[in-house]
Ligand binder design. Structure first.
Ligand code: PA5
Length: 440
């Protein structure tokens, strides 16, 4: 079972007991700010079972008729799926010999080269597309979908393409839903009351995750068990309460940045998902810890200097996973030129644990409070636990901070400017003003 250890930090959590109880009630009873978007709270129990079965059937079809799946989406519409696939399969998933399709993530930026590279990597292989957009109007995925839809139609004809397009979007509204209805695409729902960054356990994340061959039942079981744990009020028993209180206390003590660290390369995208979850939920009204991430030990050789001795405004949250699946022991070397024979026969997990402990002591000594999350061995169950734990703690934490954790008004600013500069109808005056500012 996931556990939080605060003993390497100066965080005082007890003063938050009352406000945590209030925040907990707001989440459980959907009575706080942004309460229209707390559908994720009971999702691991109340998810749509019929759709869940359809997702698994669609995944089997894609596995049988496609060598590649292109997942088109941005932000909350792709980070969760990528996080889970990389954590549970590998960050080298596409390079592996396997019976499941390669998975390419598109529409999460505007790089023509990145898109062309996916076309080249797919080549003549059979492929399918899962286009994911709650609003159905987000520019990046909508542009990418045009390209991949055209390619599918060229390769398989309009009707054949329609059988390879899976649309995950609003249940009734939006441009993508209308297109899916008109063209007969298989479609899946982003529930009204679940925002993008909380949507990994809906069809948004589950369809790509299932295509990668991951055991959805175990993922949901882990999330459901953590949901039960998080429903219990109390600082003693609820790890989400502990984490939310600790990070708010440290923020109150003047810390400005929270770095999420893991000693696993395959956790890199999990950290990207976490960054969106916390950054978009808390970074508003001039408040919030800046979420950043590092991959250890690699980044100890790049960011380690700053963490140890840079500006003392940082806290570190370390996810500690349990034993690896592999058992690699350091070989003996007769010449011992590197002087490492003292490690001969030692397991890589043992060496990594000493590195973790040594780093923990050094960073705490250097003035960086550490919050440790013991997450168990990496598998679908513990991944489900970890997802729900971070989501619940995020909801609590945002309420402790005094913001609405479920909106993202600041995301619109760049979009409006981009539309104006692109010449979108209706934005003409704004476009002229912006071009003048840019001296064009
Ligand atoms: O968390 C969010 O709400 C955002 O990251 C969205 O998921 C992202 O902007 C994509 O939006 P949409 O799914 O409407 O295309």
């Amino acid at each position: 079972m996931l556990q939080v250890n605060l003993s390497s930090s100066s965080a005082r959590v007890e003063p938050f007991a009352e406000s945590l109880a209030q925040a907990h009630t707001w989440l459980q009873e959907a009575t706080g700010r942004g309460s229209d978007f707390v559908g994720w709270v009971n999702l691991p129990r109340d998810y749509d079972k019929a759709e869940y079965a359809r997702i698994q059937a669609a995944a089997r079809k894609i596995q049988s008729d496609s060598k590649a799946l292109v997942v088109i989406g941005i932000g909350g519409s792709y980070l969760g799926a990528r996080a889970v696939i990389e954590l549970l399969e590998s960050n080298n998933y596409n390079l592996r010999k396997k019976n499941t399709p390669n998975i390419y993530f598109a529409g999460n930026g505007l790089s023509g080269d990145a898109m062309q590279e996916i076309f080249d990597l797919i080549g003549d292989d059979d492929f399918s597309v899962n286009v994911i957009s709650k609003s159905g109007t987000t520019t990046e995925p909508a542009v990418a979908f045009r390209f991949f839809k055209a390619r599918l139609e060229e390769k398989y004809g309009k009707a054949g393409a329609a059988e390879r397009i899976y649309a995950t979007t609003d249940k009734a509204r939006g441009a993508l839903k209308s297109l899916a209805n008109a063209e007969g695409y298989d479609s899946y729902v982003v529930p009204d009351n679940v925002g993008g960054r909380f949507s990994v356990l809906t069809a948004v994340g589950l369809l790509p995750i299932a295509v990668a061959g991951i055991d959805l039942d175990e993922l949901m079981r882990g999330a459901a068990d953590m949901m039960e744990t998080c429903r219990r009020p109390g600082l003693e028993s609820n790890p989400a309460w502990q984490y939310a209180a600790a990070r708010n206390d440290l923020y109150g003590q003047g810390k400005k940045v929270e770095i999420l660290a893991a000693y696993e390369p395959r956790a890199r995208f999990f950290a990207e998902w976490w960054k969106q979850l916390y950054g978009e939920s808390e970074g508003k009204e001039g408040k919030g810890l800046l979420p950043a991430s590092v991959e250890f030990t690699a980044d100890l050789h790049s960011m380690g200097q700053y963490i140890q001795q840079g500006e003392r405004t940082m806290i570190e949250t370390v996810i500690r996973f349990g034993k690896s699946a592999s058992h690699l022991c350091v070989p003996h070397d007769d010449a011992d030129g590197d002087g490492l024979n003292f490690l001969a026969g030692k397991d890589m997990d043992f060496i990594a644990t000493q590195a973790m402990d040594g780093t923990l002591l050094a960073h705490v000594e250097g003035g960086v409070p550490n919050l440790i999350i013991h997450a168990g061995e990496i598998n679908a169950y513990t991944c489900g636990e970890l997802i729900y734990f971070f989501e619940y703690a995020c909801g609590l934490s945002g309420y402790l901070l005094g913001v609405n954790p479920f909106d993202q008004p600041g995301v619109e600013a760049y979009k409006k400017n981009m539309f104006a500069l692109l010449g979108k109808p209706g934005y003409e005056d704004m476009g002229a003003a912006l071009r003048a500012k840019l001296g064009r």
